[in-house]
Design a protein around this ligand. Structure first.
Ligand code: KG4
Ligand code: ZN
Length: 334
């Protein structure tokens, strides 16, 4: 079974071809970082326009890399939300038009389900497990009991983890996206120079809050504007450690509360090597296994959407949509 996945929820135009749920035949991702970096964040109108310009080329390239033609495709899976409406509409409408003309089914996929299932492109993980979804828009702890069986245990009350990386990078004038830039700077920095706050919230709470941390970084920066020296590397290292301390401790706390022995860390921030190492080390001490997709499958991609589409078609065959009824949902709940 060949699934064409299409992902345009934010600022990556992506298409992928997946065979039988496991064999990734192609995975094409066109980043818009160059367009948005000058603004220090995503400009939705520019993102939508760029998707329109590139989507057909990206799909053609995905088919060519996979060595297949449109007529060979059995199912199309496209992100229906959450995300920027101007971005979602481009991928979804392209998927609907293709499915209609090819007379094949199309499935709308929740972007977060895509992130959770990305690990299955690499290896099978036994259910149940805990998923930590850390991206530019989300920081969620989710109990996964099976395909399509998800229960949110905690989420951020303000900024997402990736968003805080992006905002701190912007404050330091380092560009967009902030995550990889901060990670690189932090490697040369001292984690102990600045003691940034960690928001633990109420006892046993599995929610997150990163806005206080961001404000603390801003205050530290403004204190140094009067000439005293400041090492960007130390700010980056102290900030990254504060985020990761909270992510690791709350994820392990969720495992204990839910008696789970497996963790999947996913979403753009899961590409962060410091987070991957810290989570793996801390979990090992409690006999918990950690699974993380390789970095290209952590950040936005269409392979994870094709993967979610494949499992949906296998486990909920009735969910295949009518191309005309499928619509974009910017705030689609998970
Ligand atoms: O999952 P994703 O590609 O898009 C969303 O669904 O939001 O995540 C993008 C986010 C951005 O905030 C970016 O700064 C962050 O993931 N990110 C990272 C790293 N690579 C990407 N954060 C920390 N360290 C990284 N290496
Ligand atoms: Zn994402």
């Amino acid at each position: 079974m060949l699934v064409l996945g299409i992902e345009t929820s934010c600022d990556e135009t992506a298409a992928a071809v997946l065979e039988d749920g496991t064999s990734l035949r192609s995975n094409v991702i066109a980043s818009q970082d160059e367009i948005h970096s000058q603004f220090g964040g995503i400009v939705p109108e520019l993102a939508g326009r760029s998707h329109v310009e590139r989507i057909h080329l990206i799909i053609q390239r995905a088919l060519r890399d996979a060595g297949v033609q449109l007529n060979d495709i059995d199912l199309i899976a496209a992100t229906e939300g959450p995300g920027l409406v101007v971005s979602l509409l481009v991928g979804l409408n392209t998927a609907k038009a293709l499915a209609y003309s090819l007379k094949i089914p199309v499935i709308g996929i929740n972007h977060l389900e895509g992130h959770v299932l990305a690990i299955f492109l690499q290896q099978k993980v036994e259910f149940p497990f805990l998923a930590l979804i850390v991206s530019g828009g989300h920081t969620d702890l989710c109990r996964v009991n099976g395909f399509g069986q998800y229960r949110i245990l905690g989420r951020t009350r303000d900024d997402a983890a990736g968003e805080s990386f992006d905002k701190v990078a912007k404050m330091l004038g380092l560009g967009y996206p902030g995550g990889p830039i901060i990670e690189k700077k932090a490697r040369q920095g001292n984690t102990e120079t600045y003691d940034f706050p960690r928001a633990w919230l109420e006892k046993d709470s599995l929610d997150f809050s990163f806005s206080g941390l961001k404000t603390s970084v801003r205050n530290t920066l403004s204190k140094h504007q009067n000439g005293s020296s400041l090492a960007e590397e130390d700010i980056a290292a102290g900030f990254q450690k504060a985020v990761v301390d909270v992510l690791v401790r709350k994820t392990l706390s969720a495992c204990r509360q839910e008696s789970l022995k497996r963790i999947v860390v996913t979403g753009g921030v899961a590409a962060n090597g410091y987070l991957r190492d810290r989570m793996t080390d801390a979990a090992r001490q409690e006999g918990i296994e950690v699974f993380v997709p390789k970095p290209v499958l952590c950040t936005d991609n269409a392979a994870m959407i094709a993967c979610a589409g494949y499992y949906r078609s296998q486990h909920c065959p009735d969910s295949e949509s009518d191309p005309f009824s499928l619509d974009a949902h910017p705030n689609l709940p998970f």
